[in-house]
Design a protein around this ligand. Structure first.
Ligand SMILES: Nc1ncnc2c1ncn2[C@H]1C[C@H](O)[C@@H](COP(=O)(O)OP(=O)(O)O)O1
Ligand SMILES: [Mg+2]
Length: 210
């Protein structure tokens, strides 16, 4: 059986009181989420949180929770939904203390259930930006990133597995938010700047109050 992970009680009152806009950023691995988020942060001053980075940072921190996470990932099991959500909540609270104007939650939700849990415990997402890219392009970009990223998961076998996971579990997320009228589907095959132009046009419609 996979080891369990300790959970602390997290007081979300300051986050709820701030009531800042939250955007989910979804798209296959290599679709350019990180690239576009960096540009959004620079223009709008939103806080960028990547659930993958938060997990990797927790593991690197050497905390007891990080060690428990390593054991789970090595056992091949999935990190429990609540633990990822705890890491996101903690990072959001720290950012709110520093005056964050809103959040880009990158790579989350991976499953419809994750999105529902986030929204019921924290707050509804304002919009979901979906970077839509053909599989062929994703593979090409990830192999390019592999040359400099040092990420163990940027290799052809793992890339294929991640693409399969994306198609089977994340595609329903896209359908779910589309049915709620919150999905912004962005064709992300073009250049970084062209894609950003579309992002800006969509964010400007809803961030006039930021
Ligand atoms: N529009 C674009 N055209 C070409 N390459 C792009 C691109 N957007 C991002 N890239 C590159 C940068 C990275 O090396 C790789 C993956 O981008 P990323 O931002 O790390 O993706 P993600 O965070 O969605 O996994 O592709
Ligand atoms: Mg990324």
């Amino acid at each position: 059986m996979a080891p369990t992970v300790e959970r602390k009680k997290i007081d979300l009152a300051p986050l709820k009181a701030a009531n800042v806009p939250i955007f989910f950023i979804v798209g296959g691995p290599g679709s350019g989420k990180g690239t576009q988020c960096d540009k959004i942060v620079a223009k709008y001053g939103l806080t960028h949180l990547s659930s993958g980075d938060l997990l990797r940072d927790e593991v690197k921190s050497g905390s007891p929770r990080g060690a428990q996470l390593t054991a789970i990932m090595e056992s091949g099991a999935l990190v429990p939904l609540e633990v990822v959500l705890d890491l996101v909540k903690e990072a959001m609270l720290i950012a709110i203390e520093k005056g964050s104007k809103g959040f880009l939650i990158d790579g989350y939700p991976r499953e419809v259930a994750q999105g529902q849990q986030f929204e019921s415990e924290i707050q509804e997402a304002k919009l979901v930006l979906f970077f839509d890219v053909a599989e062929e392009t994703l593979v090409k970009r990830l192999l390019g990133r592999a040359e400099t990223s040092g990420r163990a998961d940027d290799n052809i076998d793992t890339i294929k597995k991640r693409l399969h996971t994306f198609v089977t579990s994340t595609a329903p997320v896209v359908d779910y938010y589309e049915s709620k009228g919150k999905l912004v589907r962005i064709n992300a095959e073009g250049s970084v700047d062209d894609i950003f132009g579309v992002v800006v046009a969509n964010l400007d419609k809803v961030t006039s109050k930021i």
